[in-house]
Design a protein around this ligand. Structure first.
Ligand SMILES: Cc1cc2nc3c(=O)[nH]c(=O)nc-3n(C[C@H](O)[C@H](O)[C@H](O)COP(=O)(O)OP(=O)(O)OC[C@H]3O[C@@H](n4cnc5c(N)ncnc54)[C@H](O)[C@@H]3O)c2cc1C
Length: 368
């Protein structure tokens, strides 16, 4: 069996991993594998799932806009329509069941790969959410108590803040090191990398003229060039800095949406959540954590796009011999191992649908 994957971001790479382990011949097309994934904070935090299509999330985005965290420059119209038409509608129970399974599978995959060899700065030391207001902290605590993931968490003191919520079961990694590790493994598994953009023809399953049994579209926000899907881009930024963090665990400032992860040879600072497809650097994330991180030098900075569905759930499914794997928004790394695993199951024909998570793909079939 021959599978061609469009996109070598974290989702495409994990799809290649599970397929190659099954002995499938895999080719990954991407001019720059990993380039648009490595900016991420690398927090493996599937239990911090946010539904996007809720009035409370829209209110949060408006607060972010007032604080300059979020700008709205360009949105996929179909995404807006789907978000508004599903506003405050709860997904079915099976959607949560699948997400819980995906969360566990992803956490376990990173843990297992680190056990084999921890060459990607894997830390299984939890995640702290930092709050400036008591009221928001109380709201956050209440939300966690009602979360369908039933995460373990504890409310803790954080000097200089109203407090924090600590999730002991969450982990984190250095994204660029993980991309190196997985790329090396894929090369050993004889995965073929084509360092170019793919021109997919989804009628005859060819990529740049080469025929495949199955084509996987794992090209993030660019998937809408091939299929009419409600995916929009929320842009964000990552900086690798030399310096020190007052908090030794990874933490997220809830008011500003800035994440900090102190790693072995740098501190990773990420933030920004703008509806924006442009490649310009338009942020000053470092100034938002000056009281918590002492920055000596900025070693590198990068940007990328969160491929967001209207409700935050991934969009995955199979349409004839095309598999779709995208949409996990701000939790792409957290769910990538599970997305790769399920993309491989769909490609191998072990499953034909993932229920609710496949609904937009199933809808394309019925509109054909
Ligand atoms: C600031 C920031 C911080 C984040 N922090 C976290 C975090 O801590 N934890 C977490 O879980 N998630 C995080 N995320 C989200 C996560 O980074 C994304 O969800 C994830 O990178 C999406 O991966 P992807 O493989 O779907 O898409 P991408 O990483 O965008 O990859 C898509 C790839 O497709 C390629 N491509 C596009 N078109 C073509 C074509 N025609 N042919 C070939 N290749 C093509 C592109 O070159 C690209 O490499 C963060 C995001 C941002 C912006």
């Amino acid at each position: 069996m021959k599978v061609g994957i469009v996109g070598g971001g974290i989702v495409g790479l994990m799809s290649a991993y599970f397929l190659a382990k099954e002995g499938v011949s895999v080719t990954v097309y991407d001019p720059a594998p990993g380039k648009y994934s490595i900016h991420a904070a690398g927090l493996i935090e599937p239990y911090r799932f946010d539904r996007i299509n809720t009035t409370s999330m829209i209110a949060k985005m408006l607060r972010f806009m007032r604080r300059g965290v979020t700008e709205v420059r360009q949105l996929n119209k179909m995404w807006v329509v789907e978000l508004l038409s599903s506003l405050n509608k709860s997904p079915p129970q099976e959607a949560w069941d699948l997400m819980r399974e995906m969360a566990r599978l992803s956490l376990d995959t990173y843990a297992q790969m680190a056990e084999e060899r921890n060459d990607f700065d894997y830390h299984n030391d939890g995640l702290l959410e930092v709050y400036t207001s008591e009221e928001e902290l109380e709201k956050g605590e209440k939300e966690e108590k009602q979360s369908p993931f039933s995460p373990k968490f504890e409310v803790t003191e954080v000097p200089g803040f109203a407090g924090g919520i600590f999730f002991p079961e969450l982990s984190r990694i250095a994204t660029e090191k993980f991309v190196k590790r997985i790329t090396r493994e894929l090369t050993q598994l004889k995965v073929n990398f084509q360092g170019m953009e793919a021109q997919p023809n989804l009628k005859d399953y060819t990529l740049n003229g080469e025929k495949f049994d199955v084509v996987i579209l794992a090209n993030g926000v660019w998937i809408t060039k091939s299929l009419k899907l409600p995916i929009t881009a929320f842009k964000g930024y990552g900086a690798w800095v030399k310096g020190s963090s007052k908090i030794k665990n990874a933490f997220v400032t809830v008011d500003e949406g800035v994440a900090v992860s102190p790693l072995s040879d740098h501190v990773k600072i990420t933030g920004g959540f703008s509806a924006d497809y442009g490649s310009e650097w338009r942020t000053d994330i470092l100034s938002k954590v000056t009281s918590l991180v002492k920055v000596e030098e900025v070693m590198e900075r990068n940007m990328g796009f969160r491929p967001c569905s209207p409700d935050g759930f991934p969009i995955m499914g199979r349409l004839d011999n095309v598999v779709v794997a995208t949409g996990a928004c701000r939790l792409g790394w957290s769910y990538a191992p599970a997305m790769g695993y399920y993309a491989s199951e769909l490609a191998l024909g072990k499953r034909s649908t993932l229920g609710y998570v496949s609904r937009y793909v199933d809808r394309l079939r019925s509109s054909e």
